[in-house]
Write a protein that binds this ligand. Structure first.
Ligand SMILES: C[S@@+](CC[C@H](N)C(=O)[O-])C[C@H]1O[C@@H](n2cnc3c(N)ncnc32)[C@H](O)[C@@H]1O
Length: 261
């Protein structure tokens, strides 16, 4: 069970979300108390964060483009040599316009925007959307001009990606899809914090429909991120795949990746 919790200045935004999803709104809470709620989405001066409860709880999940792993990868992650850049065809000569249809916490989109692409993100889960919007807003107001430029290339629309793809046929050079795979908790080599995110989203069981819409909408290419040993979505073989240490990119090459005429 999840509730929304808000300090007084943030109650209005939190109330709108709690009404949208039918979750209880708390204005007094203790993260030590796990008797009623396993997780709280907290709105406070630090932004919006997903906080597991209980005395031995893991740390919160927050979208943070300014420090931590995402920013470290921006500076030291290998630039255009990264598998995601190769999969999406980002190069010095061409920065494709990318539609990230499974935005999540915006990590992949941020990497692609760091490399110069403009990225349209869509996310359907309202709680994840609240985390992402908050991360974008905090990053917009930083005084680091490099990050401000990157964030300007990131656009976010909450909602269903199949609808976005149908309404924007042929606009994106690359459609990028990273659906949540049904992981077993035991085998997942993930940080405890990320288990909270997974339990929030659940498995994306309708990824076949999303792939179909992506193939019908992308101008040049569809890129699907999968766990390394996972089957292709709907058994549909890609034209080629790139394997990394932890994951795989299936690439459906519709036509040559090049600027539109
Ligand atoms: C594995 S996460 C993506 C993580 C993301 N690539 C990142 O770097 O943070 C998958 C996300 O896609 C969203 N999603 C899945 N299918 C979707 C759809 N059809 N429309 C909109 N969002 C979708 C889920 O709600 C979830 O937040």
């Amino acid at each position: 069970m999840l509730a929304i919790a808000a300090e007084p200045p943030f109650v209005a935004a939190a109330k709108a979300l709690s009404e949208q999803i039918g979750a209880e709104l708390l204005i007094e809470w203790s993260l030590d108390d796990d008797s009623r709620f396993e997780q709280l989405l907290v709105f406070d001066t630090g932004g919006v964060s997903l906080c597991p409860t209980g005395r031995k709880r893991p740390g919160p999940v927050q979208v943070d483009f300014l420090s931590g792993a995402v920013n470290h990868r921006r500076q030291f992650g290998g630039g255009q040599g990264q598998q995601i850049a190769k999969a999406c065809g980002v190069s010095s000569a061409f920065k494709p316009y990318i539609a990230d249809m499974t935005a999540g916490l915006g990590r992949d989109a941020f990497v692609l925007a760091t490399l110069g692409s403009t990225v349209q993100m869509v996310e359907r889960n309202p709680l994840v959307a609240a985390l992402l919007r908050d991360g974008l807003e905090r990053a917009q107001s930083t005084d680091d001009p490099t990050i401000v430029e990157i964030i300007k290339r990131l656009h976010f629309t909450p909602g269903q990606s199949v609808e976005w793809l149908n309404a924007h046929q042929g606009e994106a050079d690359v459609v990028y899809v990273d659906p949540m795979f049904p992981h077993s908790q035991k085998s997942a080599r993930v940080k405890k914090e990320m288990l909270a995110f997974r339990s929030l989203v659940g498995a994306d069981e309708d990824s076949a429909e999303l792939l179909e819409a992506a193939l019908g909408s992308a101008r040049c290419r569809v890129v699907v991120k999968r766990p390394r040993k996972a089957p292709c979505i709907a058994g549909r073989q890609p034209d080629y795949a790139l394997e990394g240490k932890s994951g795989r990119f299936d690439i459906y090459a519709l036509r040559k990746l090049a600027p539109a005429q």
